[in-house]
Design a protein around this ligand. Structure first.
Ligand code: IPD
Length: 312
């Protein structure tokens, strides 16, 4: 199984590298003002905050056609293919490649560098391989279950000084989140209410996070947690393709993930883990980096979970 996973990982890495040049080239040509040419950003269903480009569609086609050649028996879920068929996809136990050809499409269109190619693989619905390539930042994140996580070949997390890796309170944690692309008052309000609470709770005797960052790319957020550049990422609403690869990066760098039903990850005590394999199809996700002192204690992963649990 180890060899098989390594082979899947190698395939995903080769594919990400193959499409990297198209991504880089398209990054500077694509734009919101490129109307009328091949590189114009196109709104999905009239929502300017949710767009697609020719680069997204091209990269997804290349990745899926290569994967179909190598693994004809596998299943495929991709952001653009799924959008074409009305956002319907079936979830099975079969090996399933879950791909976002351009995560952070808004960033791509605005030339903001947190945008990349996310390739995940699930087996029995559990994410087991994750590759995220951020071509503009020259960062290639790779991970497979039991094989560890790496950034450009260096093991993650990058920081391993205990003083740096083990915050003991929420107030020592930097948090990443996203406001998504839906523009309804209730959706935006629920997210900003949560942000407000997480930043102000200390004033009311509770626990606040140290700061909040929004990169515009869920996949990048997870990579930043895996790297050790933030302690927490939370989002309710992203699709599986936004984070299938990223959760493997977090888990394999020693972090933990809460999928809306339970915790998953080796840093969570056995009896507190979800009994089901991590279910990435739930569209609610909380990921924390390796913080061995936190679970079960005040200011812990559980407290973070409690604070966020009510928010969808
Ligand atoms: C989006 C980004 C964003 C997240 C949205 C996603 P896309 O992906 O990951 O951070 O908030 O939920 O849809 O559409 O740019 O590939």
């Amino acid at each position: 199984a180890r060899e098989q996973l390594q082979a899947y990982l190698d395939t995903a890495i080769a594919l990400a590298k193959e499409v990297g040049p198209v991504f880089k080239d398209g990054f500077w040509r694509t734009g919101q003002f490129a109307a009328g040419n091949d590189f114009a950003a196109i709104d999905k269903m009239g929502n300017e905050a949710d767009c697609v480009t020719a680069v997204d569609c091209h990269i997804e086609k290349v990745i899926f056609s290569r994967l179909r050649e190598i693994y004809p028996e596998h299943k495929f879920v991709g952001e653009e293919t799924t959008a074409e068929i009305g956002n319907e996809y079936k979830v099975t136990d079969d090996p399933t490649w879950v791909v976002d050809p351009v995560d952070g499409t808004n960033n791509f269109v605005h030339h903001f560098p947190y945008t990349g190619i996310s390739i995940g693989l699930t087996v029995n619905k559990e994410p087991v391989v994750g590759v995220l390539y951020l071509p503009i930042l020259d960062e290639l994140y790779t991970a497979a279950k039991g094989l560890g996580a790496q950034l450009n070949g260096q093991s993650l997390p990058l920081l391993n000084s205990p003083a740096l890796t083990t915050p003991t309170a929420l107030s020592q944690c930097a948090m990443l989140s996203e406001h998504g692309s839906l523009r309804s008052e209730s959706y935006i309000k629920s997210r900003f209410d949560t942000f407000q609470r997480l930043l102000l709770e200390k004033e009311k005797g509770g626990a606040s996070v140290r700061n909040l960052r929004i990169t515009g790319s869920a996949a990048s957020d997870l990579a930043l947690v895996a790297k050790g550049a933030a302690e927490i990422y939370w989002e309710a609403g992203p699709h599986a393709w936004d984070y299938a690869a990223g959760v493997v990066l977090v888990l394999e760098s020693g972090g933990a993930v809460f999928d809306g039903a339970g915790w998953w990850g080796s840093s969570i005590p056995e009896d507190e883990r979800s009994l089901q394999p991590l279910n990435i199809w739930k569209r609610k996700i909380l990921a924390i980096r390796h913080m061995p002192d936190l679970p079960g204690k005040p200011g812990s992963g559980h407290e973070i979970q409690k604070q966020l649990a009510a928010d969808v």
